[in-house]
Design a protein around this ligand. Structure first.
Ligand code: GRF
Length: 196
């Protein structure tokens, strides 16, 4: 995707804790990482990830979805912030807003997401409870390109973890999150690094 030597200007969109954002940003501190995190945007002013971004020295902005009349207006404001920072690619990391086909189309092929299941299993919410209810013996996370249909874009990478006896949705989520924090920075690097 990028020319040799060019480090893609990456924005990370969050809604909460921001641990995946931090993992990406820390990986991107390495000079040979193919992206730089130039902006973090949250749709929620109370997202703990905003303070994490600030501590990392990354511009952190809030585009509060509730302040807008509808999804299109919210997304226009979001898009304006991305363009203001010359963002070239977007990583969704615990970003809890469904994006319209219009926004997704503007960033097509340049926007990725991490989802806490082994897609195509369990798109949507409550993935860990659903994996436990199904009696699955493994769980995991998926990094995929964002397309208009939720959690359905082309898969870039997956990480698998075992489901252990006695797991709750919380213990399983913690194990999957540990895997996510390694998976997402690596998947983004592989995605953005020029082939060859
Ligand atoms: C992660 O489990 C991610 O897969 C899901 O939401 C969680 C976000 O965690 N979409 P964090 O905000 O990165 O800590």
């Amino acid at each position: 995707m990028a020319e040799a030597g060019h480090r893609t200007r990456l924005a990370v969109l969050i809604s909460g804790r921001g641990s995946n954002m931090e993992a990406i940003a820390r990986a991107a501190e390495a000079p040979d990482y193919p992206a730089r995190v130039v902006l973090v945007v949250s749709n929620r002013a109370d997202a703990p990830g905003l303070a994490r971004a600030a501590a990392l020295g990354i511009p952190a902005e809030v585009v509060p979805h509730r302040a807008f009349a509808g999804r299109e207006a919210f997304e226009a404001a979001l898009d304006a912030r991305l363009r203001a920072h010359d963002v070239e690619a977007v990583a969704l990391a615990g970003f809890m807003r469904v994006l319209t086909p219009g926004f997704v189309g503007r960033w097509e092929g340049r926007m990725v997401n991490i989802h806490p299941s082994l897609l195509p299993l369990y798109p949507g919410l409550d993935t860990h409870a659903r994996a436990l209810a199904a009696g699955d013996r493994e769980a995991g996370a998926t990094v995929h390109l964002v397309t208009p249909e939720l959690d359905s874009g082309p898969i870039l990478a997956q990480a698998r973890v075992p489901v252990l006896a006695g797991d709750t949705a919380e213990t399983l989520a913690g194990r999957v999150l540990d895997a996510e924090l390694a998976l997402y920075p690596q998947a983004i690097a592989d995605w953005l690094r020029p082939a060859g």
